[in-house]
Design a protein around this ligand. Structure first.
Ligand SMILES: C[S@@+](CC[C@H](N)C(=O)[O-])C[C@H]1O[C@@H](n2cnc3c(N)ncnc32)[C@H](O)[C@@H]1O
Length: 307
């Protein structure tokens, strides 16, 4: 893979370079086909990174997506795949230290959206406004709950989620550490766009390809950061359970009624209340239904449009 060196480039320049690569790849195929294939390949590439770096042990999710990746790249020459890698590098540059809906804007400008399923993405400055109204005081939510969970039932390319993360950052809360997002879109391209952008920004999320209204889900994919966080949390969770069990024994209470452990940091106090049970995603159940858990913030104002 040829990654572009990590230099600071003007966002308009990044967009222009991304667009001209997309155009030159579309000389012999429809731009929509090329864009969709790039989205599939880029999303899988990001998912597989922690496996290739040895941070995660290879599992069924890895093998399934690796097979899909190999199938998808078959149609492209080495030269075209190099251009795909450069487009992914540009995307990562675009999200390096700045929040934006890069792919949503690209898809809009190059007319790659499916208007039949209501794909018109909210301009990013409006997403910022909506996020401010929806999320309120993130800092006090984090103090109360440890991790703030956010549901986006029609995620598009992820504009509203990204704006919510930016809102948290503007309040001095690191969204990568203290927020978890549960996002769905019925469109395969939108599912991939959201997955790519949220992963590139280092956010913890499950992105689902599914229909929020009929409650059908075809694929759930955790971002690498969510997998890493859960991996880091697992032994701490076990240690906490052990401490609680010992406290119960010493106090003569049942293990089912553990006492609060006030010395733990907020996110560990909330153990068990993080949004996702990651074990289900590492196994064969990429298609399992979503949990009915109640989330702290629901970005659902737009759902009335599709009812
Ligand atoms: C107007 S866009 C909004 C996207 C994003 N929330 C934003 O504000 O930029 C609506 C999105 O909802 C998706 N959508 C439409 N019906 C849906 C459904 N039943 N379940 C999940 N997503 C749906 C479309 O594919 C589209 O990406």
């Amino acid at each position: 893979m040829t990654f572009i060196h990590c230099v600071k480039m003007h966002p308009a320049k990044i967009k222009q370079q991304f667009g001209s690569k997309l155009k030159s790849l579309s000389a012999s195929q429809s731009p929509h086909r090329v864009f969709s294939d790039w989205l599939e390949i880029a999303a899988i590439t990001l998912h597989q990174l922690p496996y290739h770096s040895g941070e995660l042990a290879k599992d069924t999710a890895f093998e399934t997506l690796e097979a899909q990746y190999m199938e998808r790249v078959k149609a492209y020459s080495r030269e075209k795949l190099n251009s795909f890698s450069e487009m992914l590098s540009l995307l990562i540059l675009a999200h390096n230290g700045s929040y934006s809906d890069f792919l949503g804007e690209i898809a809009g400008e190059y007319e790659l959206l499916n208007k039949r399923v209501g794909q018109f993405f909210t301009p990013y400055h409006l997403c910022r406004l909506l996020a401010k109204v929806s999320v309120g005081n993130v800092r006090s939510l984090v103090e109360e709950k440890g991790i703030v969970t956010v549901c986006e039932p029609a995620v598009g390319a992820g504009g509203l989620v990204i704006a919510t993360a930016e809102e948290a950052a503007s309040q001095g809360v690191d969204p990568c550490a203290y927020m978890q997002f549960d996002c769905t879109d019925v469109s395969r391209d939108a599912f991939n766009m959201a997955y790519i952008q949220l992963s590139a920004l280092g956010l913890q999320a499950i992105v689902r390809h599914g229909n929020t209204l009929s409650d059908e889900y075809w694929e759930h994919r955790p971002t690498p950061q969510l997998r890493m966080f859960e991996q880091w949390l697992a032994p701490r969770r076990k240690a906490q359970q052990l401490v609680q069990a010992m406290q119960s024994i010493l106090a003569g209470t049942s293990a089912a009624e553990p006492e609060a452990c006030d010395s733990l940091p907020a996110y560990e106090k909330s153990s068990g209340q993080t949004l996702f049970d990651l074990e289900q995603f590492a196994g064969e159940s990429l298609t399992r239904k979503r949990s009915p858990q109640k989330l702290d913030v629901v970005l659902d104002r737009q759902m009335d449009l599709f009812g």
